[in-house]
Write a protein that binds this ligand. Structure first.
Ligand code: CUA
Length: 176
């Protein structure tokens, strides 16, 4: 079969581009810690306020009896609750989100913290923030007229000076 040399050249270019994209995906997955969400855990979105885990007084930053930091937040039109959280650098932090109404997304620019929050499911992301600073936590799924105003503040403090916020208290692990 005759293949024109120019066509062959472009064939290599096309395969090269595809290989480059696969390479980027592998770098993101293994070096930047960007993975597909995989937590399949259901919850009744209409009864969050009555749930053991996502009642209003349970939201925010908590330290469990093993010293692990868990952040529980509720997304709803139009905000993430609580509106402000403070967490330490260089520490594993497990975020657990639920939506009280529609589909939302949560994203912290310049970090790998990003996931969809699907009503009826608990979204979970465990990550580490290497750099201190004030980070916005934005909604990145169009959820209605107030979508642009849906965001919270995250204060990432240097590990050594971070102290457990007053609202957080040591608690027993929930069986969920
Ligand atoms: Cu919530 Cu957009």
């Amino acid at each position: 079969m005759h293949i024109d040399p120019l066509e062959k050249k472009w064939g290599y270019v096309a395969v090269g581009i595809a290989a480059f994209f696969v390479f980027i995906i592998l770098i993101d997955s293994f070096i930047h810690g960007i993975d597909a969400p995989s937590n399949v855990e259901t919850i009744d979105s209409a009864r969050l306020h009555l749930s053991k885990e996502f009642a209003e007084d349970k939201l925010g930053v908590h330290v469990d009896e093993n010293g692990k930091i868990i952040v529980r937040m509720v997304a709803g039109r139009y905000g993430f609750f609580p509106k402000h959280i403070s967490i330490p650098t260089e520490t594993k932090i497990k975020f657990r989100w639920v939506s009280m109404d529609v589909l939302h997304g949560v994203h912290m620019p310049m970090t790998n913290m990003s996931t969809m929050i699907v009503p009826g499911y608990v979204s979970e992301v465990t990550t580490v923030f290497p750099k201190p600073g004030e980070y916005p936590m934005l909604c990145n799924e169009y959820c209605g007229i107030g979508h642009d105003h849906m965001w919270s503040h995250v204060n990432v403090e240097v590990k050594e000076t971070w102290s457990v916020p007053e609202v957080a208290k040591v608690e027993k692990n929930h069986e969920s």
